[in-house]
Write a protein that binds this ligand. Structure first.
Ligand code: HGY
Ligand code: MN
Ligand code: MN
Length: 411
C-alpha cells in the first residue's frame, strides 16, 4: 500500500471555518440538532462532499451520506463518519473530528488518485447528542432499526417542536429510506471525552467497545402551596422527592459496580418561585457501565426509590426509560485493523472502552464496527473549552485512513 498521509493544513482550515458556524463567544459552538445553525452546517457539509466528488444522499432521518465509487460497485461499502450536531454551547471537536476527518480521508485518496476495491461512504448522523430531542443517536438508531421513523419524528423538544417537522423546516427530510443495508464495516474517529489518553501521554487508542447506558425521564407531581402558612406535615413537595432521587443516584453508583456512573443532568421545577412549594419537577437520569447487568440493576433500584419517595411525600410520579443501549464489544477484526493502522505509523497506543455513547453503538448491531480515539485535553468534553491538540487529530485521522484503505481492499 503506497504511503499517503492526510493533509493537515487543508483539514485544519476546513475545521476552523466549519466551526465559525454557531460559534459562541467563549470559543465553543451552539449547533443543536435541526437548529438553523445545524442547517447551515449541513449545507456546508453537502457542498464540501460534492466538491470532493462524492455523490450525496440525504435519508428520511436527515442522515447525510457521501459515496465514492470503488472498482467494484457491487461490493458493500466501507462506511465511516460521525455527527455534526452539537451540545448547547458544546465543544468544537465532538463529532466534527469524525465527519471532517472522514472527508479528509476521501480528499487524500482523491489526491493520490487511488481507487479502492469497495465503495466508500462518509456519513454525518442526525441528532447524535440527544440534547434537543431525546433520545440520542436517533438518526443512526432509525438506520439500525432500533427506533422506528414515526417514533423519531414524534420526539419533541422543550418548546414542543417535533423532530419530523423541524427536519422538514430545515430541508433535510430526505427521500432515501433510513434502514439497515449491506455494509462491509463502520469506523468512527472521535475525541476520547475522558482523561485517560492524556494521563498516559498517548496520541491514539483503538476502541474495543462502548458502555451500555440507560436514559430515563422522571416526573413528580405534588401540590403547590404558600411557603409560609403551610405546615410542614401538610406539604407535598415535588422538589423534596427529586432531591432524594439525586442522592439515590449517587448512592447507587457508589455500590453498583466498578465503572457504573450516574447523572441527573436536567431538572425543571414548576412554578419555580421562591415562596411557592414546588408542584411538579421533571428530571432525567443517565446510568452507564460496560457491565449491562450493573446498568439494569441501577435502573431497577432507582425506580424503586422513586416509588418509595412518592409514597412518603404523597406525590404522583411517572417513570419512563426512554433509551437502553447495550454494551456490546466491537468487532475483533475491525479493532485489529485499527491497531495495524496505528502500528504501521509507529504510534504508541492503548485500547480503551468508551464511556460516551456514539453512533457506533448502533452500527455495531448491523455491521463490524470499531472506533479510534484521540486525547481530550484535561479530559473535558460537552463544554465550550473542549480541546484536542491538532497533531493528535491528525494522528487519529491518519489511522482512519489506514483502517479504511485496509478494509476497502478486502474482497
Ligand atoms: O450521551 C452521549 O454519550 C453522547 O454524547 N450522545
Ligand atoms: Mn459525539
Ligand atoms: Mn457528545
Amino acid at each position: 500500500m503506497s504511503d499517503v498521509r492526510v493533509d493537515g493544513s487543508r483539514f485544519r482550515e476546513r475545521f476552523e471555518s466549519f466551526n465559525e458556524i454557531g460559534a459562541t463567544e467563549s470559543g465553543g459552538v451552539n449547533r443543536p440538532a435541526l437548529s438553523d445553525e445545524n442547517r447551515e452546517a449541513r449545507d456546508t457539509l453537502v457542498e464540501w462532499f460534492e466538491d470532493a466528488g462524492l455523490s450525496v444522499t440525504v435519508d428520511e432521518m436527515g442522515n447525510i451520506f457521501g459515496r465514492r465509487e470503488g472498482a467494484n460497485p457491487d461490493l458493500a461499502p466501507v462506511l465511516f463518519g460521525s455527527h455534526v450536531d452539537s451540545q448547547y454551547n458544546g465543544g468544537r471537536f465532538d463529532g466534527i473530528v469524525g465527519v471532517l476527518g472522514a472527508l479528509e480521508v476521501v480528499e487524500t485518496l482523491n489526491d493520490a488518485d487511488e481507487t479502492t476495491e469497495r465503495p466508500l461512504e462518509v456519513v454525518a448522523w442526525s441528532n447524535e447528542e440527544g440534547v434537543r430531542f431525546q433520545p440520542d443517536m436517533l438518526g443512526s438508531g432509525v438506520f439500525c432499526d432500533v427506533f422506528d421513523r414515526e417514533y423519531a419524528y414524534s420526539r419533541e423538544d422543550k418548546d414542543g417542536n417535533r423532530f419530523g417537522e423541524e427536519l422538514e423546516r430545515i430541508g433535510y427530510r430526505g427521500e432515501a429510506p433510513c434502514e439497515p443495508r449491506d455494509l462491509h464495516c463502520y469506523f468512527e474517529v472521535h475525541v476520547e471525552q475522558g482523561p485517560f489518553l492524556e494521563q498516559e501521554e498517548l496520541p491514539v487508542a483503538a476502541v474495543e467497545g462502548v458502555f451500555g447506558f440507560s436514559w430515563m425521564n422522571v416526573s413528580f407531581e405534588g401540590q403547590a402551596n404558600h411557603a409560609g402558612p403551610t405546615p410542614m406535615d401538610m406539604r407535598h413537595d415535588a422538589l423534596v422527592g427529586a432531591s432524594d432521587v439525586i442522592q439515590a443516584v449517587r448512592r447507587i453508583t457508589a455500590t453498583g459496580g466498578v465503572d457504573l456512573v450516574g447523572t441527573v443532568g436536567s431538572l425543571d421545577v414548576w412554578p419555580n418561585a421562591i415562596n411557592v412549594i414546588p408542584e411538579t419537577v421533571e428530571l432525567t437520569v443517565d446510568f452507564r457501565s460496560y457491565d449491562d447487568a450493573a446498568v439494569d440493576a441501577a435502573v431497577e433500584q432507582i425506580e424503586a426509590e422513586i416509588a418509595h419517595v412518592a409514597e412518603r411525600e404523597g406525590l404522583d410520579y411517572e417513570f419512563e426509560q426512554i433509551m437502553r443501549v447495550d454494551a456490546d464489544p466491537f468487532d475483533a477484526d475491525c479493532i485489529e485493523t485499527v491497531v495495524d493502522a496505528i502500528e504501521e505509523r509507529g504510534h504508541d497506543y492503548t485500547r480503551l472502552v468508551s464511556g460516551a455513547g456514539h453512533d457506533a453503538n448502533y452500527l455495531n448491531t448491523i455491521c463490524p464496527t470499531s472506533m479510534i480515539f484521540v486525547p481530550s485535553v484535561d479530559g473535558i468534553s460537552h463544554r465550550e473549552s473542549e480541546f484536542t491538540e491538532w497533531e493528535d487529530v491528525l494522528v487519529g485521522t491518519d489511522v482512519l485512513l489506514g483502517a479504511v484503505r485496509r478494509k476497502a481492499d478486502e474482497v
